[in-house]
Design a protein around this ligand. Structure first.
Ligand code: FES
Length: 105
């Protein structure tokens, strides 16, 4: 199975196997990372699934929607690598993706 590598807010990295087609949020949440709350269940209304994507993968991800962009605008921790992990699905091509969970707002 393909995997992604997730760094927690404490700087610990763990690998997570993912089912292609699942969202990054679901894969991280199912692996019991306490830092990802995903309070809205993945409908782009809470931003508690905010992650930073390794620069090498930013271009490989699906484009950000206007809704995702608007919600991230409200985060004081947004940067050029920010994504909401519920807003893109993982494909086999994203095997090896590295992400870091963003600080809590
Ligand atoms: S889980 Fe709420 S915006 Fe992603």
């Amino acid at each position: 199975m393909p995997q992604l590598f997730v760094t927690t807010r404490k700087g610990e990295e763990r690998s997570v196997e993912f089912e292609p087609g699942s969202t990054a949020m679901q894969a991280i949440y199912d692996a019991n990372f306490a830092d990802i709350l995903a309070l809205c269940g993945g409908v782009c209304s809470c931003a508690t699934c905010h992650i930073y994507v390794d620069p090498r993968f930013v271009e490989a991800l699906p484009k950000m929607s206007a809704d995702e962009n608007d919600l991230l605008e409200g985060s004081s921790h947004r940067n050029e690598r920010s994504r909401l992990s519920c807003q893109f699905r993982l494909s086999p091509e994203l095997d090896g993706l590295r992400v870091t969970i963003a600080p809590e707002d």
